[in-house]
Ligand binder design. Structure first.
Ligand code: SF4
Length: 98
């Protein structure tokens, strides 16, 4: 697991440091900093995940959690022509003309 901390979002609630003090430190005002490069071994995953889920402003982000999307195996169909949306023949619209 790899995480990132967006310090611009941190509001200093301190939940992260409570759950995973090895990964988050708080400054004098309670704002968090990430300790280390964000790499979390599997053994520490539950505590860090708890910190991530308890952060009220979602400042802790899990990185690279999804594998890359596979290449498209089928061609992208051409878009259909835009329908004619003119209102010249529309009775409903003509009632609004004064
Ligand atoms: S839990 Fe979130 S808001 Fe609170 S100190 Fe940690 S990162 Fe900041």
């Amino acid at each position: 697991m790899r995480i990132r901390l967006d310090r611009t979002m941190c509001d200093g609630f301190g939940a992260c440091a409570k759950h995973a003090p090895e990964y988050f430190s708080l400054d004098d005002w309670g704002y968090a900093s990430l300790i280390g490069d964000g790499t979390v071994p599997e053994s520490d995953r539950p505590a860090v995940l708890r910190a991530l889920l308890d952060c009220p402003v979602h400042a802790i982000i899990e990185m690279g959690g999804h594998p890359p999307l596979p290449e498209r195996s089928h061609p992208v169909p051409h878009e259909a022509a835009e329908p004619d949306l003119s209102t010249a023949d529309s009775e409903a619209m003509s009632e609004f003309v004064r």
